[in-house]
Design a protein around this ligand. Structure first.
Ligand code: SF4
Length: 63
């Protein structure tokens, strides 16, 4: 199964991913973007976030 992954060292907290795909990308209590724990991820929404992330720091990883 593949899961979205965020390179937090590149993330500028623009929150675009949260606007594009709020069911997957959340702001946690530490102020970082995190990926929700889902059994299946919406491919189109995540791909849209990947395309729109200005820092190019969202990717799919196999788990
Ligand atoms: S779109 Fe990219 S840079 Fe912006 S908050 Fe999401 S992961 Fe971070």
């Amino acid at each position: 199964m593949k899961k979205p992954s965020i390179d937090l060292s590149e993330c500028i907290l623009c929150e675009i991913c949260m606007d594009v795909c709020p069911e997957v990308f959340k702001l946690n209590e530490l102020g970082y973007i995190e990926v929700a724990d889902l059994s299946i991820y919406p491919e189109e929404g995540v791909d849209e976030a990947v395309r729109n992330c200005p820092s190019d720091c969202i990717s799919w990883e196999e788990k």
